[in-house]
Design a protein. Sequence first.
Length: 167
Amino acid sequence: MLTAFFQKKNAQLKTLFYCFAVEALIKETENDNIGGSVRWFLGFPNGKNRSDVSVTTLLKLREHPSYDFWNKELIDIFEKIRVFRNDSVHAGFRSTDFTKNELNLYSQIMLFGASRCQSAVRFALINGIKNVSEFKEYIPIIFEENCNIINDIHGNIIYSLDQLKHS
């Protein structure tokens, strides 16, 4: 019932809900920025642990014509989502701060991010990972354990982002 409300009535609350869900899963301290971790599970390995991903996987990911665009774009988008989240929580939301298209993009990204992070945390728990620090150490392994990673990223994540970009 609440999901239907969020989808139809309030993109801001929907996006915030997904931000809070991801923060509850993978945020260790108040200063943690969830963007880098979420980008991993959207299919965009980053940071020092990127080198732990197989070259074959990285090359296959880059085969999609929009991959490099979204890899760069998501860095800026996650910063905007962080600002949006903080401004909404601490100063209140003003509809003039973000367009409807921006909110829809943020919402879609955080929906994918929350669902993929939940799946990764589930996998980690089943495999004996005990805390968030340990989870973060194993992100490259967890990422590559998804046997359908290329199809999911190309056919779901990038396809959906491309559709939103052109709408």
